[in-house]
Ligand binder design. Structure first.
Ligand code: UD1
Length: 342
């Protein structure tokens, strides 16, 4: 198997490459423009796995460059397409940036698949496409409500584009709907490392704990939830990474090209923001400096997953609980501090 991972230098992309290197004999290449990652990630992958990955520094929203790059890698069996922007709040402020990267990028990948006869595609979708739903947990048959942010809209549109393309192009397409991927690789040598100020809860927590941020905000404590803060379904990034291998194996086996395959990837546990903060304080023994703040525009109130379909059809069984997710993120943040002070 020969596989291209777009966004291989990013958070989920890098963990997926490590998982591929550990568990398969696949030949893997990365395409990453480092819009939101650093080339140094590939040094870290090499340190952990002993293998050097070739990364092509190409922006997926540049069709000519992308096609010329993929053409250099003959007989590709599948593409795992991560390369996209992913911050809900930022997408509200910069919608055009999100539509260009996430939609144009996907169109270009599909065009390349068509032109270069690449038949398997795994797409990074998100639970944000469900919007604010009345009944929890959500499964793949839950109707999609109005999207609450441009980020979520790009993922919902992405899935709609895939469904239309699937009908006209003989491809096996799988959309994996991530809930909230968090945590870091067991080695503690790689993890989420936002270039700019972090937006996601876990890096905000760990950066506050090491003093990189003075204090953090809990966005909204007047939601209709058990403690007033938003509820999310956190899932370990290594469990998410594993699902990509299972999904691509299944994709290659598929004979029926009629439909895009959709899978929820979540733990099934709803955890509030305040509960996440408490868990961090428990595993670290530290006290976090936080304040109760206004709601963040674009947030949904509560969401968590029924992932029975991924378990049944892909054999996907998440292995890490919330404390492991938190302690691996913390171990990674401490590693970054150690490197900074070395
Ligand atoms: C959203 C998507 C998720 C996607 C992720 C990518 C939803 C429901 N989920 O996650 O599928 O993978 O984007 O980024 O849309 N928070 C604070 N203080 C902070 C930061 C966050 O209170 O400083 C709160 C947020 O308001 C939210 C929760 O923590 O309630 C999680 O936020 P975040 O980590 O940014 O992820 P989502 O936006 O939920």
């Amino acid at each position: 198997m020969k596989v291209i991972v777009t966004g291989g230098g990013g958070y989920i992309g890098s963990h997926t490459i490590l998982n591929i290197l550990k568990e398969t004999t696949w030949e893997v290449y990365s395409i990453d423009s480092h819009i939101n990652s650093t080339p140094e990630t590939f040094d870290r992958i090499e340190k952990i796995s002993g293998k050097r990955i070739t990364n092509y520094n190409v922006d997926v929203s540049d069709f000519k460059a992308l096609k010329s790059c993929i053409s250099q890698i003959p007989n590709v069996n599948g593409i795992i397409h991560f390369a996209a922007l992913k911050a809900v709040g930022e997408s509200v402020e910069q919608p055009l940036l999100y539509y260009r990267n996430n939609i144009q990028g996907l169109l270009n990948i599909l065009e390349c698949c068509k032109d270069l006869k690449i038949n398997n595609l795994i797409f990074s979708s998100s639970c944000s496409i469900y919007g604010n739903v009345a009944n929890l947990p959500v499964d793949e048959s839950t109707p999609l409500a109005k999207t609450e942010s441009p980020y979520a809209a790009t993922k919902a549109m992405g899935e709609a584009i895939l469904s239309d393309v699937q009908k006209s192009q003989k491809m096996s397409i799988t959309a994996l709907r991530y809930f909230n991927p968090v945590g870091a690789h067991e080695s503690g040598l790689i993890g989420e490392n936002p270039i700019n100020k972090p937006n996601n809860l876990f890096p905000v927590i760990t950066q506050t704990a090491v003093g990189k941020m003075d204090k953090m905000s809990v966005f909204g404590v007047d939601y209709n939830t058990r403690d007033g803060s938003c509820v999310r379904d956190y899932i370990h990034v290594s469990d998410i990474a594993k699902a990509h291998i299972l999904a691509l194996e299944k994709s290659v086996e598929r004979k029926n090209f009629n439909n895009v395959q959709f899978y929820n990837l979540g733990s099934g546990n709803g955890v509030s923001v305040l509960e996440a903060l408490n868990t961090f304080e428990k595993i670290s023994g530290l006290s976090l400096n936080y304040e109760l703040d206004e709601r963040r525009v674009g947030d949904v109130e509560a969401i968590y997953s029924n992932s029975a379909k991924a378990k049944k059809e892909l054999g996907w069984i998440p292995k890490h609980d919330l404390e492991e997710m938190m302690s691996s993120s913390w171990k990674w943040q401490q590693q970054l501090e150690k490197e900074k002070n070395a």
